[in-house]
Design a binder for this molecule. Structure first.
Ligand SMILES: *[C@@H]1O[C@H](CO)[C@@H](O)[C@H](O)[C@H]1NC(C)=O
Ligand SMILES: *[C@@H]1O[C@H](CO)[C@@H](O)[C@H](O)[C@H]1NC(C)=O
Ligand SMILES: *[C@@H]1O[C@H](CO)[C@@H](O)[C@H](O)[C@H]1NC(C)=O
Length: 297
């Protein structure tokens, strides 16, 4: 067997140039640098958590897939800079000082599967806030202590949504008319809000009661006669109180629902918490999987 001749320095240089061009050209990430105080890796993950940032990072690689800017003091998500990142799949902005999200904020993030806005200072969510996020699977919106208004159609276009968590906000009511229509929704976190269980929340209470698999520990905080009870316990009572003078269809409804609740209680009520935890874990894993899948495309 003959040994290959040792490569000349000229051909080595050519080889390096070749590798450099092939390796770099398809990844704008590597040419666009990495923002100050952030770590960027070749999986297109940009990690800037806990860096005392007060502004959204500049000079993000355009091909960024995952952006983690949690635990900072960022007060605003600039629509223009954010929407350049059209390949973004995973965005964690938890524990910042966001006060507002508008319709234009997420204008172009069609691949985004995971969004975490927990531990911010949002006070309301308007119509179509998340409209363009057609791939969104998991939305975490917990611990915004002043958040007391969510527009009925805020999530109506997020048809891929599986896990929505609005726990520990300042919500007294939630209009579920658009949530009911979401085809993939499997888990809804509601606990830790000062729910007011009156006729305005009747639909929510009934829904929580019927959809056993979405059960959480949410409690009514008013009015006094029901405060401390679980939403799921007062649904039927509200249905009766809020519709004085029942008709034929109401009785039919009660019989149907009674049967559903009977079968549900028989099976599920003991394992409620565990169930929810699993749902959330599963959702997290799936959004991770989507993220990975997206990253491999
Ligand atoms: C929020 O971020 C700060 C640092 O900015 C950190 O000290 C604190 O523990 C974080 N809180 C949570 C709930 O993660
Ligand atoms: C929660 O909402 C109520 C009005 O419904 C308001 O009075 C209260 O200040 C809010 N709490 C926070 C922490 O913003
Ligand atoms: C919920 O929102 C829908 C659509 O905006 C509206 O038609 C309906 O009356 C609302 N329900 C309640 C109980 O406010």
């Amino acid at each position: 067997m003959r040994l290959l001749p040792a490569p000349s320095s000229q051909s080595l240089r050519l080889l390096f140039l070749f590798i450099f061009v092939m390796g770099v050209a398809p990844y704008p990430a590597l040419t666009a640098g990495c923002p100050d105080r952030c770590v960027c890796d070749d999986q297109l993950v940009v990690q800037c958590a806990g860096q005392e940032l007060t502004l959204f990072p500049n000079d993000l690689p355009l091909a960024t897939r995952q952006l983690i800017i949690s635990n900072n003091h960022i007060g605003e998500l600039p629509a223009l800079q954010l929407n350049y990142l059209s390949d973004l799949v995973y965005l964690d902005v938890s524990n910042n000082t966001l006060m507002e999200i508008s319709e234009s904020t997420f204008g172009n993030l069609r691949k985004l599967a995971y969004l975490d806005l927990s531990f911010n200072t949002l006070t309301q969510l308007e119509d179509r806030t998340f409209g363009p996020l057609s791939s969104l699977v998991m939305l975490r919106l917990t611990d915004n202590l002043g958040l007391n208004e969510i527009h009925p159609d805020a999530f109506s276009e997020n048809i891929a949504l599986q896990v929505l968590d609005v726990s520990r906000n300042n919500l007294t009511t939630l209009n579920i008319s658009s949530l009911i229509a979401l085809p993939s929704l499997r888990s809804l976190g509601l606990s830790g809000n000062p729910w007011r269980c009156d006729c305005e929340t009747e639909d929510l209470c009934l829904w929580v009661q019927i959809e056993g698999f979405k059960c959480t520990k949410e409690m009514c905080q008013g009015p006094p006669e029901v405060s401390g009870q679980r939403l799921a316990e007062v649904g039927m009572q509200l249905r009766a109180d809020c519709h004085q003078g029942l008709g034929y269809w109401d009785y039919l409804f009660f019989i149907a629902i009674g049967f559903v609740i009977f079968s549900w209680h028989a099976g599920v009520s003991a394992g409620c918490e565990q169930l929810e935890e699993n749902q959330i874990k599963k959702g997290r894993r799936e959004s991770r999987e989507d993220t990975l899948q997206g990253a491999m495309e």
